[in-house]
Design a protein around this ligand. Sequence first.
Ligand code: PMV
Length: 316
Amino acid sequence: MTAVTVSAASNIALVKYWGKSDTSTNRPATASLSIGLEDLRTETTLTLKDGEDSINGLDGIAATRLIQFLDSVRQRFDVDAAFAVNTANNFPTGSGLASSASGFAAVTLGLDRLLNLNLDQQELTRLARTGSGSAARSVFGGFNQIVLDEDAYAEHLYGADHWPLEIVVAIATEAGKAIGSTAAMQLSEGTSPYYDAWLATHADDMHSARQALADRNFEQLAEISEHNCLKMHATIMTSQPAVHYWLPATVAVMHEVVRLRENGVPAFFTIDAGSQVKVVCEPGYGQQVESVINEVPGVVKTIRTRLGGEPHITQP
Ligand code: PMV
């Protein structure tokens, strides 16, 4: 085989990872729990070639990170090969929609196939994580968690059919974010007075969210997800210097979601390292939620998706 194409989906964390205990290997300081986004995907084709790597579809720091990742794989598996990488996202890149999650999951799965590495699922997630922490969770679709051992790996909890929630992504800006997650995490770790509290209360959030998932208890999942998201953002905002990911539209969507819920619509919000708001709702409510969120002032556009995100591997 000389080429492989992988489509991997983005994911969002309902209980977040924020902070790294080892920056060189991306070992997160906290566990996390996520859902896969079926329709937000990266498609990457890897082709073996001579000479140097060529990257099409990424530039700047994102291309540099990818080449560093390819170098680490060459070194670890004693591989003497270069790659032509062609990659494209079907959603805005670098703005808090976890394009690095789907991107590094796609490359990891592609390299495993192309180089016959035959890594097991857990090893695949550990390798993807070294590219981007959240990428470990995009190796699978459905509901997944990151577990900390002396390292960290992702574990598949349930398939999408366990609870086919729907997700509406509210895009507050299509511009890239001002500060990347790794740099922002380092600021939080070093300067936010809330960082220790974030770490100390995290295991309880994981426990509560896992229970809510097992019971398909939407109210409990909504409460813990919003709480965990707000705790992470409080930590981010209280870094010195402060990091501001939210825009007016971000806050307006949060208020709208609370209002929807007060009116009996089962929906909650979560926000990653960016200004976009992901609204998660019970099956059957996606269309209604999207039409309301679309009207919120400042929302540039919305994307609606099913929960899912199983990766697909093909040979071109
Ligand atoms: O995948 P990274 O290293 O860029 O970190 C992303 C962290 C959050 O998206 C904010 C939270 C999470 O668990 O995905």
